[in-house]
Design a protein around this ligand. Structure first.
Ligand code: AMP
Ligand code: ZN
Length: 114
């Protein structure tokens, strides 16, 4: 996916603040943070969004989500909690068509969804 900004970040063509990497994903700091801690969990395989999941992708995404505990525990600001968000499509505000999950926290971010 030559034009995909997240593929370029994964390959290193575009720099990022990478805080974690394994075979399935990278986790980077969002360039435009919406909370004191705003991370992006980005599967290495390019696919547009959650509706593109098949069995293999769901298994890989499951392995990514299973790492959230360790990633969060390594960041003291997330000790009181955090929120995961996944946007699909224009009306949800998805701007990068490469599946990713936002991890937001580091302050009281409210008890409402948005
Ligand atoms: P979404 O709106 O759900 O598609 O989220 C895309 C996110 O990617 C936004 O929060 C952007 O701030 C973030 N973003 C875009 N470009 C970069 C980049 N080069 N490095 C880090 N985060 C980025
Ligand atoms: Zn991509």
């Amino acid at each position: 996916m030559n034009d995909c900004i997240f593929c370029k970040i994964i390959s290193g063509e575009i720099p990022s603040e990478r805080i974690y990497e394994d075979d399935d994903m990278i986790v980077i700091k969002d360039i435009n943070p919406q909370a004191p801690v705003h991370l992006l969990m980005i599967p290495k395989e390019h696919y547009a969004d959650v509706t593109c999941l098949d069995g293999n992708r769901a298994a890989a995404l499951g392995r990514c989500l299973a790492k959230v505990k360790d990633i969060a525990e390594a960041i003291p600001q997330l000790k009181d909690g955090f929120r995961l968000i996944n946007n699909k499509g224009e009306s949800a505000g998805q701007t990068v068509s490469h599946m990713h999950v936002h991890i937001l926290g580091g302050a009281y971010i409210g008890d409402k969804l948005i």
